[in-house]
Ligand binder design. Sequence first.
Ligand code: HL5
Ligand code: SIN
Ligand code: MN
Length: 273
Amino acid sequence: MKLTEETVAQYGRDGFVLVPEVFSHAELKALRAALAEDLTARGPHQVLEDDDVTMRAVYASHARHPVFGGLVSSRRLLGPAMQLVDQDLYVHQFKINTKRPFGGESWAWHQDYPVWRDADRMPAPRAVNAAVFMDDVTEFNGPVVFLRGSHRLGSEASSRRRGDQAEEHIDPHDYALSTADLTKLAEVHEMTSPKGPAGTVVFFHPEIVHGSAPNISPFPRDLMIVTYNASSNAPRPSGEPRPEYLVGRDTKPLVPHSHPLEAAATSMAWAGS
Ligand code: HL5
Ligand code: SIN
Ligand code: MN
């Protein structure tokens, strides 16, 4: 149940890697049902679009719903994440970006780590995102676009530039790269958007430049992102930390286990390779 050496090297070069067929159809059904249940819990952990009605993102479902609670220590996510960071890990952040059909909004070009460095005082980019496709991701429904290899530049390009789109959750809009910087970077770093059927997982580096376009297709694009951080790299806030739904407090190393969903797994194609 391991990424190959070649895959780990590819992650080092590109800043992301796509792993196909991690979750089966039956498991995705369970995940979608869990999301529907979790969406009934109202609170500040739900981020709305500009219309103040449509769901844009929901945070910390793993803290409320047992299906997501178990999933974060699944071998299939935590195993590769531990290989990629080469450290013991815990969940820094859990979110599902729910990009609705016919207009789900874009996410501005940004890097994640500068946000967590500034807002949470996370010491280093010793973390990895595991993005689980809860829907098929195509060129039509607003896939995440990466600048390949841009994580190797570090975080110099990003600092808070604009306003206050959000108070607790920090919208990438507030950390967006300038058009001049993005233009320069895109000359050197190819734009690429990993796509695939629901159940695909993309692991990506906290310093890779990424963003996504609106979803004008008739299909949803719900993307679950678990950010694993090294236990040795827990934030050291100087004052009041941001709310727990944004910044995980339990920094004890997670132990990979076979999630109950795993019992129903039929497709483990990547695991043996
Ligand atoms: N919304 C996140 C936070 O921590 C930051 C963004 O994609 C992650 C940049 O508030
Ligand atoms: C998106 O959901 O398209 C953006 C993902 C991210 O910023 O991590
Ligand atoms: Mn991001």
